[in-house]
Design a protein around this ligand. Structure first.
Ligand code: NI
Length: 186
């Protein structure tokens, strides 16, 4: 396994549309293993192949079970263990999207930035798993949000593309400035 470099905005590759995977071969399995390691290393809950410079429709997700804040004085176990909800989705596709929720999202390609994004609350989706089997599943809550966020990446869409023009331009300007400052500092 190997750690991969995560592309950061304004890298133009983040706008590239990924191609469908024809065969789940060893190359794809290695990609999934490397993406999983990279996601955990970066403390993310999802990662799309586009973010690691590969234009293939592959995502990995490990979304923690939603936690209900404990009552005062109550000791509550989070119950979250890394790997518990780990899944890889190949050629994922949303079949049905219902409801609407606004949730504060972040992204490993937009370090330090978060914003409220409107998403569907429930989705029904189809994909191929890493064994090459067709899977159909329903998602709600944070899992549904993450699935939509990662599929957006495969279509070259970042969460800032779903904001109002004003908010988007503000964040883009700030990220470009930080990027230029980093380049100058080299
Ligand atoms: Ni992201």
């Amino acid at each position: 396994m190997a750690l991969l470099n995560i592309l950061k905005y304004p890298d133009p590759f983040l706008a590239v549309k990924a191609a469908r995977v024809e065969t789940v071969d060893d190359g794809i399995k290695t990609l999934i293993a490397d993406m999983t390691e990279t996601m955990y290393h970066a403390r993310g809950i999802g990662l799309a192949a586009t973010q690691v410079n590969v234009a293939k429709m592959v995502v990995v997700l490990d979304v923690p079970d939603e936690e209900i804040p404990p009552l005062e004085g109550e000791v509550k176990e989070t119950g979250y263990k890394r790997g518990k909800n780990l899944i890889a989705l190949i050629n994922p596709e949303i079949l049905v999207a219902e409801g609407s929720i606004k949730f504060e999202e972040g992204c490993l390609s937009l370090p330090g930035e978060t914003a409220e994004v409107e998403r569907a609350t429930h989705v029904k989706a189809r994909a191929i798993n890493q064994k090459g089997q067709d899977v159909e599943f329903e998602a709600a809550g944070l899992f549904a949000i993450a699935v939509q966020h990662e599929i957006d990446h495969l279509n070259g869409i970042l969460f800032i593309d779903r904001l109002s023009r004003l908010k988007r331009e503000f964040i883009k300007r700030r990220l470009k400035k930080a990027h230029e400052a980093a380049v100058r500092a080299l």
